[in-house]
Ligand binder design. Structure first.
Ligand code: MG
Length: 313
């Protein structure tokens, strides 16, 4: 049951990762045209914040999602849309700016071992790199979102102390990033651990600057969303049709499916600006192009009824 303190009139931001994180987990790189079509379908469905590509191969993920051809094909982003690219270094930031991109995402990790394994440096060195990127981005009018991975546990180190995550949030908060996203990379979080983590982090940063990223590995992604909503978080990563995964954690499910998140928020009467029928279309498109079965139970249920969501309900 939703706590009475939950403001049902609040809007929630969905940050769509399917076209970047989702596709990077595949064995082959997907054609630019398919990626552009997917992004356009997602935007038609009402998603206004989308990660469209990455300047580097992500460690452990085999497929590239080069952003420049996609940005060029999409053209200038309207002022109310965020098309973000994953930027690993200053050179990529300059390329993103030249291509008209005004939103970037950078990553770090709460686990020292995971940081070294995926980013090739220790946490302190990476925070210095992020500081440089933010200082370089600010005068260019580029907003920076930071994703902190392994906030609940790490495939190498095990449980991560909430205080360690909060300490990183405390370092990032004064830098002026647009948003700090707490990423439960392995999907091991449950409402109890997520609640404890958020209470620690909310002592270091206001709720409107934080976002959450959950995986459905143990079937608790939306339960964790509920816990985060109760704590005041109003921004969540998700991925169309549940695309994505974690190469460091065999058996990890994909990212929380956007369909699941939108269905939950709609059921709570919370506005996320997304049309579920449009999402179903985008999900069917990419699943058809990839010849895969959807990871979204909402997608499966509504496709099986063969009715648009608006009619089925
Ligand atoms: Mg993920």
């Amino acid at each position: 049951m939703v706590d009475a303190s939950l403001e049902l009139v609040d809007g929630v931001e969905i940050i769509e990762l399917g076209a970047r994180d989702g596709l990077q987990g595949l064995s082959n790189t997907v054609d630019t045209l398919v990626r552009v079509n997917l992004i356009e379908l997602l935007e038609i469905a009402g998603l206004s914040s989308i990660e469209v590509g990455a300047f580097a191969l992500i460690s452990g993920m085999s497929a590239a999602t080069p952003p420049l051809p996609v940005l060029e094909a999409l053209g200038h982003a309207p002022a109310d849309r965020i098309r973000s690219v994953l930027v690993p270094h200053l050179n990529a930031l300059d390329q993103a700016y030249a291509a008209g991109c005004r939103d970037i995402t950078v990553t770090t990790a709460a686990s020292r071992t995971f940081c070294r394994a995926t980013l090739g440096c220790d946490i302190e060195e990476n925070l210095y790199r992020i500081t440089q990127l933010i200082e370089h981005a600010r005068p260019l009018g580029i907003a920076v979102r930071v994703r902190v991975s392994t906030v609940i546990d790490c495939p190498f180190e095990g449980v991560i102390a909430p205080q360690a995550v909060a300490a990183i949030v405390a370092r990032l908060q004064p830098l002026g990033c647009r948003q700090i996203c707490l990423d439960d990379t392995t999907g091991s979080g449950a409402p109890g651990t997520v609640g404890t983590l958020l209470r620690s982090c909310l002592m270091e940063a206001p709720m409107h600057t934080l976002a959450c990223h959950f995986h459905d590995t143990f079937g608790l992604a939306n339960a964790n969303v509920m816990e985060a909503l109760e704590q005041g978080i109003r921004a969540f990563d998700s991925s169309i049709s549940g695309l994505g995964g974690n190469p460091y954690f065999p058996g990890a499910a994909g990212n929380l499916a956007t369909e699941e998140l939108a269905y939950l928020l709609t059921g709570l009467g919370m506005d996320c600006g997304v049309d579920l029928d449009g999402l179903l279309l985008a999900g069917e498109y990419i699943d058809c192009m990839l010849d895969r079965r959807t990871e979204s139970r909402v997608g499966r249920a509504l496709r099986a009824r063969n009715l648009p969501y608006s009619v089925a309900r």
